[in-house]
Design a protein around this ligand. Sequence first.
Ligand code: WAQ
Ligand code: MG
Length: 257
Amino acid sequence: MLYSVRMRSAEGGAHEMGGRHISGAERLVAPADLAEITQQMIARALSHSRGTADFINIKVEAVPPERIHTVPLLPVRTQASADVQAGRLAARAELLKAGVNAAAVDAGFNQLLSLSDSMRGAMLLCARSGRRLDSEGMRGIRVSRMDIADEAAFTGWLAANGLKGMHVREALVLASKVVWAPGMIAELCWSDDPEYTAGYVAARSIGYVRFPQLKPLGSPVGGRIFFVDCMAELDRLADYLRSQPVLVTAAGEGGER
Ligand code: WAQ
Ligand code: MG
């Protein structure tokens, strides 16, 4: 049996009381690892570069094994650019390649760039018109119930591909789940951690394309946009993102392209 562990933390009170989002995390773990993982999550929320959480919510729920789906790890490519502006242009090109309309790409960037602070989750945008499709406001849609199937193999694969740190590890797992959502066209993301400037574009057709500079150093505003087929059933899509347990497999078969 695996357990879904979800953490969200905020400063200035709970999210629902107007607190500022500090960090979140989601894992699928064996019972023997629950104590260690929850302890790590609390430690992270209390020593985060976005601030010090005074509200931490951790939810632990058993996941019936027969409900778990598996998806392959996305192939990874890193595309360096001279500065943030060049990085954003390169990310734009990848989104167009993945089938997002130019107007929707612009709307996506505008949405992220006009945020005054980070959201807890992601926005759903129509990949054709750029219209926002969810009605979650600053809460957004939070993807959860996913993890890597074989942690040791993943760690080895990341090291062999020169990829370091928690950010890329977590983002790769999340993106590998997200691309298989029904109606998903592509994802755009950059971190909300002030010291982490990288982001990525992900889609089934292009894999996970990293851009080391998608925002200026020091900015605490990041976010995620999911560009989706406007005809998709939103309830089914949101349910997959939030609730479908997914293990990401076969780290050995991904690789730098
Ligand atoms: N579901 C939906 N949206 C989320 C989730 C989630 N589980 N977690 C974070 N977000 C949204 C939320 O709006 C955050 O403000 C924003 O994404 C950024 O989250 O080197 O670190 O966890 O290849 O700060 C990408 C590059 C790092 C990694 C992304 O995101 C690399 C990152 P963060
Ligand atoms: Mg963050």
